[in-house]
Design a protein around this ligand. Structure first.
Ligand code: 5AD
Ligand code: SF4
Length: 457
């Protein structure tokens, strides 16, 4: 009987990609996927350590597996990824029922590591001895991976894929643990990315989102040119079958005119950026080591809008960074109001051990962080509704993804600027570009009717 593996990824798309990487290695080793830990022989959790909250969720979710493990002692439980890399040994203390801790750099060896954990666990159970640290496997090497090129992508549905084009980060923003847990920035070679995009397109994929922690500095590890991402986009633009290409996440300091011209000129490249501002205060931005100012950010947005009118810009914000005053927070709120982002992800600051900001007192009270968080979300929700309402009466190009999850009798798709649109039509339209006239809007979705100039299929 084949082994069954359940795998769950916490956190960002990068983590989901990593989980996919582990899964494909396990499939090659003969594993099948299980839908729940109950049905599995091995339960793996790919973790995220970017925010403390994400870590707590891992501890609480995996903590709950204790009784399952008691009922089924042969179940191998593994913690993978960022948090494993960072906490290593400590995870066994908080989660004694875990058998394997595997850092981000050991993924290619995952099948081997599971076998080792299983062997140790079996030997202990048959000898009847009490569980000890020596029965578990810890694999968290500090060395940078030789080849972490991931020939891997995540497909949320047949028509869309997320494709990792680089990993790691060299930026060392003061609050951020990514450079420590993911290591230095390494880009995948252009030819490899293009080949994978071709394979995806041949398999029916119409939209690709390129992923990197700092995607607009793609290629820095192999070319001195600032054009690397623009050149890659030009190559992808020619891949037959691909209708749309996006790339996330961009750092404002690395945004180049060449990339923006690619957005303007290449038909497949969507007018959509995720470019975190993090704060609207220059004092806070400097303390965060962001290497951009609020003015610089505003000017960059103006250039982006000049080159690609209607471009959607999404951002991340951190509220309650050490020392953030009311007045500094107000500058962030003003930035949100002025720029009118398409979307804002707002996070309450949490101290990440080992980062530069961990040396600063985490002095904004939790209640105040919560207030600031809600205040930004409120501004953003109002902007979303106003901006989405502007689409009413307009006709736009939608890439159809398939039946809507909420209402299977309707279809869902996205605009080039990433807004979700629902409308009626046959399922056979999945993967097609259609024209939809928008008739109503909520802060998160648009709804409309297909117009017939797409052939009325
Ligand atoms: N506390 C709160 N938010 C953080 N982020 C990264 N590190 C922290 C932290 N220590 C946020 C940033 C980043 C997003 C992925 O997570 O806004 O852009
Ligand atoms: Fe973290 Fe900054 Fe790198 Fe983003 S750019 S991953 S916030 S260090």
């Amino acid at each position: 009987m084949p082994n069954k593996v359940f795998i769950h990824a916490f956190g960002c798309q990068m983590n989901k990609l990593d989980a996919e990487l582990a899964l494909s290695a396990l499939r090659r080793a003969g594993y099948e996927e299980a839908a729940t830990p109950d049905e599995a022989d091995v339960a793996l959790y790919n973790t995220c350590s970017v925010r403390a909250h994400a870590e707590e969720r891992v501890y609480s979710n995996v903590g709950k597996l204790k009784s399952l493990k008691r009922r089924k002692p042969s179940l191998i439980i593994g913690i993978l990824g960022c948090m494993a890399q960072k906490d290593g040994e400590k995870i066994f203390e908080r989660l004694p029922h875990v058998d394997l801790v595997c850092g981000t750099r050991e993924f290619p060896r995952i099948a081997e590591l599971i076998e080792e954990a299983r062997r140790l666990s079996c030997a202990r159970r048959s000898s009847g001895s009490a569980k000890s640290r020596a029965d578990r496997v810890l694999a968290c090497s500090e060395e940078a991976a030789v080849s972490e090129a991931r020939e891997i992508s995540v497909r949320p549905n047949r028509r869309r894929a997320f494709l990792g084009i680089m990993r790691g980060c060299d930026n060392y923003c003061a609050y951020c643990v990514v450079p420590f847990v993911r290591g230095p920035e390494i880009s995948r070679p252009v030819a490899e990315v293009v080949d994978e995009a071709k394979r995806l397109a041949d398999d029916g994929c119409r939209e690709i989102t390129l992923l990197g922690q700092n995607v607009n500095s793609y290629g820095k590890s192999f070319t001195p040119s600032a054009r690397a991402l623009a050149d890659l986009l030009a190559r992808l633009d020619k891949v037959a079958g691909l209708a749309r290409v996006r790339f996330i996440t961009s750092h404002p300091k690395d945004m180049s005119r060449e990339i923006l011209e690619a957005v303007r000129d290449l038909p497949t490249v969507c007018e959509h950026l995720h470019m975190p501002a993090q704060s609207g205060s220059d004092r806070v931005l400097a303390a965060m080591n962001r290497r951009h100012t609020a003015r610089g950010y505003r000017d960059l947005v103006a250039l982006e809008r000049e080159l690609a009118p209607g471009i959607a810009i999404a951002s991340d914000f951190i509220v309650g960074f050490p020392g953030e005053t009311d007045a500094e927070f107000d500058e962030t709120a003003a930035l949100l109001r002025d720029i009118r982002f398409q979307n804002s992800f707002v996070f309450k600051y949490s101290t990440r051990p080992g980062t530069a900001a961990a040396k600063l007192a985490d002095d904004v009270p939790w209640e105040e962080k919560r207030r600031r968080n809600l205040a930004l979300l409120e501004i953003q929700a109002a902007v979303n509704l106003e901006e989405n309402r502007k689409f009413i009466g307009q006709e736009a190009e939608v890439l159809v993804e398939g039946p809507s999850r909420r209402d299977a009798s309707r279809l869902t798709g996205r605009l080039r600027t990433n807004q979700i649109v629902v409308f009626e039509g046959p399922e056979t339209l999945a993967g097609e570009l259609v024209r939809v006239r928008v008739e109503s809007a909520t802060p998160l979705t648009l709804a409309g009717t297909r117009t017939m100039d797409d052939g009325g299929r």
